[in-house]
Design a protein around this ligand. Sequence first.
Ligand code: GLN
Length: 191
Amino acid sequence: MRIGVLALQGAVAEHLHMLSELGCEAVAVKKPSQLDGLAGLIIPGGESTTIGKLMAEYGFDQRIRTLAAQGLAVYGTCAGLILLAKEIEGSAQPRLGLMDITAHRNAFGRQVESFEVDLPVPVLGDPPLRAVFIRAPYIVRVGSGVEVLARYGDKIVLARQGRFLASAFHPELTEDTRLHAYFLRLAVGKV
Ligand code: GLN
């Protein structure tokens, strides 16, 4: 199965590594033509305004929307979550808007640059997932078609809508491949 990682900016290599560990053909996507034939696409963490601008400039956004409508699975981590959101609080920045969620950027405050927690994720079973948050957003609203998969306190940090998945944290920075494996099952319609 071929899975792409959007490679315009951000934490690309770690996702590619994790996908290879899981036996996928992992592709660093640098041109829109490389989107063809993918079962899934990961939008990595980084700077969502930069990634969004570059996506629009190089014509990724329309192509991704078209393929997503035809069944391409898309997983956004951190900045990728922001880019998947239909609404971003207080921001008109470019986005894909594939998920009916509202994202709040830098939601844990500037004092807390980054932190790690053991996050219970019921769809992954035991043990909890080690979740690394870096200037992370969270989800403040979900539409009726969106399934909340994990909360940290009262904040939604993992959600799914059909073949779209969004996490506020970075599973690619740990050794735990379970969330990527879940995304692969979602891409082939097994969850
Ligand atoms: N705060 C960043 C943004 O708004 C996201 C940070 C990250 O992806 N680690 O784009």
